[in-house]
Design a protein around this ligand. Structure first.
Ligand SMILES: Cc1cc2nc3c(=O)[nH]c(=O)nc-3n(C[C@H](O)[C@H](O)[C@H](O)COP(=O)(O)O)c2cc1C
Length: 219
């Protein structure tokens, strides 16, 4: 599966089977996470076979079930921390999709006390991503129309159209899609539009989708 297909087929999955992630897939994910950490300066970790991250006195957290593997996104505090977590986290999410795994970004419904134990002093935990074999493949989210997220008027080049369509397939917190896109001096620009939770993380995710599909770096 290529990255474009992964963008089309990825949907949030909150219920997982007991199937363990195979060693070969673990190695691929770990190698990618190492690469992402080197490039970004983030401290992304992956936990396998560890239900503690979603363990609760309640039967389960929100609609999550059987989350035995998860990715922790964290790093040194900085203005760009959240956006970077979005960008590199989605890179890992799409690779997971390519190798037959399912994922869900999670800002709220996990055991923060247990996860925070894994964060060294001086680092900030941003959020986690559940990962594993889903009971289902999830379903497509409702999406805004392309026109309503355009900040500039006029003809769109084909590469921009492709990028914009992929941006609308990106996961965003509560499916808010609070961003606008446009072209400035021939270059694509994406900005947060309006108020909402986790919009900076969303922005990083959306930029990654746009870049993969358009082949153009976003300013
Ligand atoms: C930053 C962020 C935080 C999220 N937090 C949660 C969460 O706490 N609980 C949850 O069930 N889903 C969470 N989601 C998943 C979104 O609800 C989901 O991505 C959105 O509804 C779009 O659906 P899709 O991912 O299937 O395309 C989060 C997504 C993002 C990007």
């Amino acid at each position: 599966m290529d990255l474009l297909q992964a963008i089309q087929e990825r949907h949030s999955v909150r219920v997982y089977t007991e199937q363990k992630i195979e060693d070969e897939k673990r190695q691929r994910l770990s190698a990618l996470i190492r690469e992402c950490n080197e490039e970004s300066g983030l401290h992304i970790q992956i936990r396998y076979d560890d239900p503690n991250g979603f363990e609760s006195k309640l039967a389960h957290y929100g609609s999550f079930r059987n989350v035995n593997n998860y990715i922790i996104l964290a790093g040194k505090p900085s203005d760009s921390l959240q956006e970077k977590c979005g960008y590199y986290g989605e890179k890992i999410v799409l690779e997971a999709q390519r190798i037959g795994l399912n994922t869900c970004w999670v800002a709220l419904s996990f055991n923060k006390v247990n996860v925070k134990k894994r964060i060294p002093n001086g680092e900030k935990m941003v959020l986690v991503i559940a990962i594993g074999y889903g009971e289902t493949q999830g379903k497509s989210h409702k999406s805004k129309k392309l026109k309503s997220v355009m900040a500039t008027k006029g003809e769109m080049p084909e590469w921009f159209q492709k990028g914009a369509e992929a941006a609308l397939l990106a996961p965003t917190a509560i499916n808010q899609q609070k961003f606008k896109m446009g072209i400035k001096n021939g270059k694509p620009v994406i900005r947060i539009a309006g108020m909402g939770p986790y919009t900076k993380i969303d922005l990083g995710i959306v930029k990654y989708h746009f870049e993969v599909a358009s082949g153009h770096k976003v300013c």
